[in-house]
Design a binder for this molecule. Structure first.
Ligand code: TPP
Ligand code: MG
Length: 554
């Protein structure tokens, strides 16, 4: 009889069987049993980051732009807690990843072994926190954890696997990874939803992150929108599912939604919300109107009636629900193409009126975004960090496909953009990958330039540099708390980049920016473009403080 495999080899095989081809990590003595297996075998690529905060963000960007799941590997305690930001971000975004934490030996618990932290600490962070307490439980626990990550609604799973067990022969019965599929009985709800939509004069489709996540979501949502001829509003996580040059596309929900978009949401008699939890960020603190009635499609029953009351709740995958509803409803009546086109046109005129599309030096954020968009092919992949610049990108940087625009959802933590771009570049070696980031957000993850260089990635980083935590300095709340600016003298990002082995360029005008982006696309390696933007730019929310003349047709 063959010797049983080491537990680390079993974990490796379970991951390979689940389709994992990338492990992102940062080593410590506890990770070595897995590191050795990864080095000995060749089914998985190992990418080493420079800080654990980046580790899950890389896996997140990789999944968002490919649909492929990565594993992450850090030391327990300090490594795990460094990774918490990204694990929680993945949980909020329903992104599957398998986080392996080679934990302390349970027999040493409470005696102060190195990196000791109560495994329960992560219960509120990940979708499922699997803490193995006995060697004989490891095999089944790993199978269960991996299956949970891959079961909808997807999410990150933490496998707390004592390092001492990993190097030992596997004990206990093995198991296979079997993602579950839960089938809800939605018959009555589909009847009620199609009755509502059929009777609607002004239906609107509100596209959430669940539509992005669903295997058929993009295709089916686009077909349904065609059938209904409904105007479309995307959430921040739904951005890209419906191409933003579709005439029916109104805008991205949030404080940056143009006033015409609010009017369309207000005038809708039925909002069909596909795959959203109606979180507070994209609904601008639940202040957005959401039609007279709502059909709410979600995979998580906890979402129902939390943000907005549902007239009909459907517990279903967004793509499957869209297909079923299309089979049941007739064409709509509200002129989605006229509405979407008019709202976006009003928005563009408002930016022009405020001079924000003028090609000035220093640049205005919307003019910068337009210049970058125009230099990139449609299929380019863009990741955005969190900050005022991201809020601008929601409305002023169109996306055309669900896998080409990566942005955090309601977790909204800074420092995600560059590591996500590293993940995107690993997943998309044949497409241009661009990280759009504020200067504050960039400094929270600048170390990952080194990972990108060491991994020979092709990447363009555009830093919108206003020497300010701009969106905080310009928050309307500052009036209550004493006006001040959270500013600094920026380091020379071009010099910083050169120090990491990248090419660094400083640009002060749209023309220089276009040249720098073009040059970066034409060559391999990592380019950092330090783009000086006007510190006096309004926020994206302030720029939509205008009246809309839209005829909403009622
Ligand atoms: C991890 C984390 N820390 C702090 C914040 C609060 N915060 C949100 S945006 C922001 C400023 C972002 O600055 P920058 O990246 O320079 O973008 P800008 O607003 O200047 O365009 C801060 C501090 C956050 N969202 N996440
Ligand atoms: Mg800034």
């Amino acid at each position: 009889m063959d010797d049983p495999p080491r537990a680390s080899e079993y974990v490796y095989e379970m991951l390979v069987d689940a389709g994992v081809e990338l492990v992102v990590g940062l080593p410590g003595t506890q990770t070595l049993p897995i590191d050795r297996t990864v080095a000995d075998r060749d089914e998985m690529r190992y990418v080493m980051a420079r800080h654990e905060t980046a580790v899950p963000h890389v896996a997140w960007g990789y999944y968002e732009t490919s649909g492929d799941v990565a594993a992450t590997l850090t030391v327990p305690g300090p490594g795990d807690t460094n990774a918490v930001h990204g694990l929680k971000n993945a949980a909020e975004d329903c992104v599957p990843l398998v986080h392996v934490s080679p934990d302390h030996d349970p027999a040493e618990r409470g005696r102060g072994p190195i990196h000791e932290l109560d495994p329960d600490t992560f219960d509120a962070v990940v979708k499922e926190n699997v803490a193995v307490e006995r060697p004989e439980d490891l095999a089944a626990a790993v199978a269960r954890g991996v299956a949970s990550a891959l079961t909808q609604p997807y999410g990150p799973v933490r496998l707390g696997l004592p390092s001492a067990y990993l190097d030992a022969p596997l004990e206990g019965p093995t198991a296979s990874v079997e993602p579950e599929r839960v089938d809800y009985d939605n018959e009555a709800a589909f009847d009620a939803a199609s009755d509502l939509l059929d009777a609607a004069d002004r239906p609107l489709v509100y596209v959430g992150g669940g539509a992005r996540r669903s295997p058929t979501g993009q295709t089916e949502v686009r077909k349904l929108v065609d059938r209904l001829d409904a105007p479309v509003v995307a959430t921040m996580k739904g951005k890209g599912v419906v191409p933003e040059d579709d005439p029916r596309f109104v805008g991205v929900a949030g404080s940056h939604l143009p006033p015409g978009g609010r009017r369309v949401l207000e005038a809708a008699d039925v909002v069909l919300a596909l795959g959203t939890d109606f979180d507070g960020v994209t609904t601008d603190g639940w202040s957005l109107p959401m039609g007279e009635r709502r059909v709410h499609v979600t995979l998580d029953s906890d979402d129902v009636n939390r943000g907005y009351e549902a007239d009909v709740a459907l517990l279903a995958d967004a793509g499957e629900a869209a297909a079923e509803l299309r089979a049941r409803v007739d064409g709509g009546g509200w002129d989605g193409a006229r509405l979407g086109t008019a709202v976006r046109e009003e928005y563009r005129e408002a930016l022009e009126r405020q001079g924000l599309l003028d090609e000035t030096s220093p640049m205005h954020a919307p003019a910068l975004l337009r210049a970058v968009r125009e230099e990139l092919p449609r299929e380019a992949v863009v990741t955005v960090d969190v900050g005022g610049f991201r809020m601008w990108s929601m409305q002023a940087f169109p996306a055309y496909d669900r896998r080409t625009f990566v942005s955090a959802g309601s977790w909204a933590g800074m420092g995600v953009g560059l590591p996500a771009a590293v993940g995107a570049a690993l997943a998309n070696p044949d497409r241009p990958v661009v990280s759009l980031t504020g200067d504050g957000g960039f400094m929270m993850c600048v170390h990952e330039l080194h990972t990108a260089v060491e991994e020979d990635l092709d990447l363009t980083v555009v830093v919108a540099n206003n020497s300010d935590y701009g969106v905080i300095s310009k928050s309307p709340k500052m009036a209550e708390y004493g006006e001040r600016r959270f500013t600094w003298s920026s380091p020379s990002f071009a010099d910083v980049a050169a120090g990491f082995g990248c090419r660094g360029t400083r640009v002060e005008s749209s023309d220089e920016l276009r040249d720098a982006v073009d040059a970066s696309l034409a060559r391999s390696g990592v380019d950092v473009v330090d783009a000086v933007v006007d510190p006096e730019d309004p926020t994206a929310a302030a720029a939509v403080d205008y009246e809309s003349d839209l005829d909403v047709g009622r």
